[in-house]
Ligand binder design. Structure first.
Ligand SMILES: NC(=O)c1ccc[n+]([C@@H]2O[C@H](COP(=O)([O-])OP(=O)(O)OC[C@H]3O[C@@H](n4cnc5c(N)ncnc54)[C@H](O)[C@@H]3O)[C@@H](O)[C@H]2O)c1
Length: 422
């Protein structure tokens, strides 16, 4: 039985390790440096909320370890470690290099090393190969193959998962890429496409995510402009969407979060700069999207001003702390910036997220709404859409940072309502 080692057992690595193990064809070992993560997996649970994965883990137990003696001589090593940015938006390739060194200390000749972490073009050849060659003494393309197969998983998405999202693979050699594609086809029921180089594979994921960042920045900028002109941008986008070609709807909001969209563009910006190109468009998109939490808090201030209520001392409920609906992932969440801004303004903050109860300071949405004078929706978890606001007489203003509420009904109750561009 071939041996597969997955390094990094988070949102990307754990579902992948489970999917590979489910085939029954491989001996799968998960490797992670976090005791918290190892403990959760050992108890049969993901280290994050994912009910479907938790079900699968009941059937398929993946061995998880930080013991390097358990990851020796594998046929495939798959790197799924984080690729964050620092507080100054500088790419941090520390985890990728460290995982590369771990592999290099334990690999055999003929091993296939696959990087799934999102990286900018050039990282495999400029950062990963030098580390592996130096530590192992082996030669890339001769003694081992290195491939990049970017992960496109969208945690919490019921339709698209590790099993059915198509993949692109580029590697040091064509035969290596073909062999790795064959391996992926054993657990992915979707197209596994071989591209001509590592750099093309690396670039695919980066352009997918910068594409989203730019498009979201475009509608966020439109929201600011349409708010001034008093035009409903959401209705406009919906109407524009009936064009059957060449228009793709993106929607404005209180900010862009998660480990990918607000992070990956900086990797491309930095690498292109090293080659002498300044990605002004991408930088501006980042600037616009980074400005949205401030804009949302400005809308709240305007709203409270309109009803003659100072933000200082006002009981403001921030609903939703995670970066997207129906998950408990806090990474780069705009809600965190919103909380900080409201704190600076002296608001009396009530915060609640049904997926992050330890971060919340009330037990339920209902409890929070009972005492809140203003509500700022930072994340559109399902429950917020079902609220009957007539039950909360203290509530005077709602800022709908996700445009997910029924504005008409709220207006009819005499509550001030403002969405983003709506
Ligand atoms: N989360 C997503 O939606 C998503 C989607 C597609 C791609 N990606 C990319 O996949 C990569 C992983 O993202 P994630 O969301 O799974 O991150 P994560 O933080 O959920 O998981 C990463 C895991 O790697 C472990 N780790 C860190 N350094 C390590 C090391 N040196 N050796 C072994 N383990 C180590 C951490 O303890 C953690 O458990 C990133 O590059 C990300 O951009 C993420």
């Amino acid at each position: 039985m071939k041996k597969v080692v997955v390094l990094g057992l988070g949102y990307v690595g754990l579902p992948l390790a489970v999917a590979i193990k489910e085939t029954g064809k491989y001996d799968v070992v998960g490797f992670d440096i976090s005791d918290r993560v190892l403990k959760a997996i050992d108890s049969g649970k993901p280290p994050f909320s994912d009910p479907e994965l938790e079900e699968r883990m009941k059937e398929t137990k993946v061995q998880a370890t930080k013991d390097e003696s358990k990851i020796k001589n594998a046929d495939f090593y798959i790197v799924c470690v984080p690729t964050p940015v620092t507080d100054l938006f500088e790419p941090d390739l520390g985890p990728v290099k460290s995982a590369s060194a771990t592999i290099a200390r334990n690999m055999k000749t003929g091993a296939k090393v696959i990087v799934e972490s999102t990286i900018n073009p050039g990282v495999c050849e400029e950062e990963v190969i030098p580390v592996i060659e130096e530590v192992s003494g082996l030669k890339a393309g001769k003694d081992f193959d290195l491939a990049h197969c970017p992960e496109r998983i969208n945690p919490g998405d019921p339709r698209w998962s590790v099993y059915n999202i198509p993949r692109n693979i580029g590697a040091t050699t064509k035969s290596g890429a073909e062999e790795i594609a064959k391996f992926y086809r054993t657990f992915i029921k979707a197209q596994v496409n071989v591209v001509s180089s590592l750099k093309v594979a690396e670039s695919t994921k980066i352009i997918e995510n910068t594409f989203r960042d730019i498009n979201i920045a475009y509608v966020n900028e439109l929201a600011k402009s349409f708010d001034k002109m008093g035009i409903d941008l959401v209705e406009t986008i919906e109407a524009a969407s009936n064009k059957p070609f060449a228009f793709m709807a993106h929607y404005p909001g209180a900010g862009v979060g998660g480990h990918c969209i607000p992070v990956d563009p900086y990797y491309l910006i930095k690498r292109a700069k090293q080659s002498g190109f300044d990605h002004q468009f991408l930088k501006y998109a980042r600037e616009v999207n980074n400005s949205m939490p401030n804009y949302t808090v400005d809308l709240l201030q305007d709203g409270l001003n309109a009803i003659s209520m100072p933000v200082k001392g006002a009981k403001v409920m921030v609903y939703g702390l995670s970066y997207k609906a129906n998950v408990g992932d806090l990474r780069e969440s705009p809600a965190l910036k919103i909380l900080k801004l409201l704190e600076e303004l002296g608001a009396d903050i009530i915060k609640f997220d049904p997926y992050l109860l330890d971060m919340s300071n009330v037990e339920s949405l209902e409890k929070g709404l009972k005492s809140a004078e203003a509500l700022l929706v930072a994340t559109n978890h399902n429950e917020i859409k079902k609220v009957d606001f007539s039950k909360y007489p203290k509530l005077k203003a709602i800022i709908d940072g996700r445009n997910c509420l029924d504005s008409e009904k709220i207006h009819q109750l005499g509550i001030y309502y403002k969405g983003i561009g709506r």
